[in-house]
Design a protein around this ligand. Structure first.
Ligand SMILES: [Zn+2]
Length: 477
């Protein structure tokens, strides 16, 4: 069968594939820093060239941000597929940009000079690639790219005859500011897609492949509480007028009730409750909350959150309100007896289906207003947000992905969710009605966004095989 030859090709070309990945990793495609714009474009071109070598007519399309400024380009391609192809039209999404590298002195080697090495003493796992972007997301996109290459080499057909659209962006690490305008502009092309595949998530653990069928949404806000029109002497004014830090803290302390439920009216209105079946399934994953806490230096007693839900349920299936930063007054060395004119906080909400980020943000601002401390004034800032998604686990494509993982790795894929947010999935669902399958092969300790980011070769191998077999599964639908 063709797929056997494809897997053999991947096996015998694995080192070459890793070398190609290293070439890509050498391009410092840091999207958030304008200084790197030419490198970001070079990484896009590299990706398009790789696809071209797999028979795919890939373009590097210019993108424009919401404010009309030039954005980083998007690698875009259509694979027409065989005339008699009956499976779903797949949309592959990934990103080729990376996070900045600081603090650079904590890296064991140059972040853009990838090193392929064995595990050292005290390190878990095996051989790995260490570099910025090794797993997030160049390494994971590479699994797909090499699977594409293998199918072309073996069958002579791009994607082995599967109908596909490919969209690999260069701004995921800096807010995907051009993606929405791009999706709107290409909506007529994208609407033909049936299901999206993203390889930017993790496994349940080392050697335990997983499919993520849902991520949370996000609403990110900033609130500033203004009091006097100037900073004040705390001896002369203390006790006579509002201190915005104290007042802000008093308001924010009301965000949760005794059961650690969010107190904003209507917050839970659109929350889809966890089904018993889902709770049963998650229980079977035997997640060890105490062990996870231990890794971050906490005792089992720290397993706190919304009453009535386990740690996993709280992460995957329930919304949260978090204060991410709070600033005000004097924070330098020594003492300064001041009552500041204002204080501010970053407050964000992780959302689950079917919560709407805009609605939640509005409700939070209203809730703050109703608690305005005497004499104070609010300033509200709405940062970015995105919808959460839950993908049906019984669709043909989802079943195909499960079978692909089983055939490629010999292991049943765990069906998991993630507490994190991948806004593109929410956007594809909201704009185009497209569900997303997250088939990622990262590990918790890959140090994503941190110094010494790595991707283990075993994970890469599993991922490349799974992507190759998925193409076979789609061909036979
Ligand atoms: Zn990332």
């Amino acid at each position: 069968m063709a797929v056997d030859n494809v897997l053999t090709w991947l096996e015998s070309n694995q080192d070459a594939g890793i070398n190609r990945l290293c070439d890509w990793l050498r391009i410092p495609s840091i999207s958030t820093d304008p200084k790197y714009a030419p490198e970001v474009r070079r990484a896009a071109q590299w990706c398009a060239d790789h696809l071209k070598a797999s028979g795919v007519d890939a373009q590097v399309r210019d993108a424009v941000t919401k404010d009309g400024k030039p954005g980083h380009p998007i690698v875009f391609a259509h694979v027409p597929g065989d005339l008699n192809y009956r499976g779903p039209h797949l949309l592959f999404y990934g990103h080729y940009d990376v996070q900045p590298v600081d603090p650079v002195n904590l890296w064991e080697s140059d972040p853009f000079q990838p090193v392929v090495r064995d595990a050292r003493q005290g390190e878990q796992g095996g051989r790995r690639v260490v570099a910025r972007g090794a797993v997030d997301d160049k390494g994971q996109v590479m699994m797909f790219l090499e699977a594409m290459r293998a199918w072309k080499e073996v069958t002579g057909k791009p994607a082995g005859g599967v109908k596909m659209t490919i969209m690999i962006e260069g701004e995921e690490e800096s807010g995907s500011v051009s993606l929405e305008p791009f999706v709107n502009a290409t909506a007529s092309e994208l609407r033909k897609c049936d299901v999206c595949l993203i390889s930017d998530t993790g496994m349940l653990g080392r050697g335990k492949p997983a499919i993520t069928y849902g991520v949370r949404g996000l609403a990110y806000t900033e609130v500033v509480l203004h009091a006097a029109n100037q900073d004040l002497h705390s001896g002369l004014w203390g006790g006579r007028c509002p201190n915005p830090i104290t007042e802000l803290a008093r308001v924010l302390a009301q965000l949760h009730d005794k059961k650690r439920k969010v107190t904003i009216p209507g917050f839970y209105d659109d929350v889809v409750p966890l089904s018993n079946k889902e709770r049963e399934n998650w229980k079977r994953l035997k997640f060890n909350a105490a062990a996870a806490l231990k890794q971050i230096g906490l005792q089992p007693v720290a397993d706190i959150g919304e009453t009535g839900y386990t740690a996993l349920e709280r992460e995957w299936g329930r919304p949260t309100a978090e204060i991410n930063g709070i600033v005000g007054g004097y924070t330098g060395p020594g003492a300064k007896t001041v009552i500041p004119s204002h204080a501010s906080a970053k407050v964000s909400f992780r959302l689950v289906a079917d919560q709407n980020p805009t609605k939640v943000t509005k409700a939070f601002f209203k809730w703050c207003k109703e608690r305005t401390p005497p004499g104070c004034k609010w300033e509200f800032i709405d940062h970015h947000g995105g919808h959460g998604v839950t993908t049906p686990i019984d669709s043909p494509a989802m079943r195909a992905a499960q079978r692909a993982i089983k055939r490629a790795t010999g292991k049943q894929a765990a069906l998991i969710k993630s507490g994190g947010s991948i806004p593109v999935a929410g956007m594809l669902k909201a704009r185009l009605g497209i569900d997303t399958i997250f088939m990622g092969f990262g590990l918790d300790d890959d140090r994503v966004h941190s110094p010494n980011e790595k991707f283990e070769i075993d994970c890469y191998r599993m991922g490349a095989r799974a992507h190759a077999v998925l193409i076979d599964e789609l061909r036979s639908l």
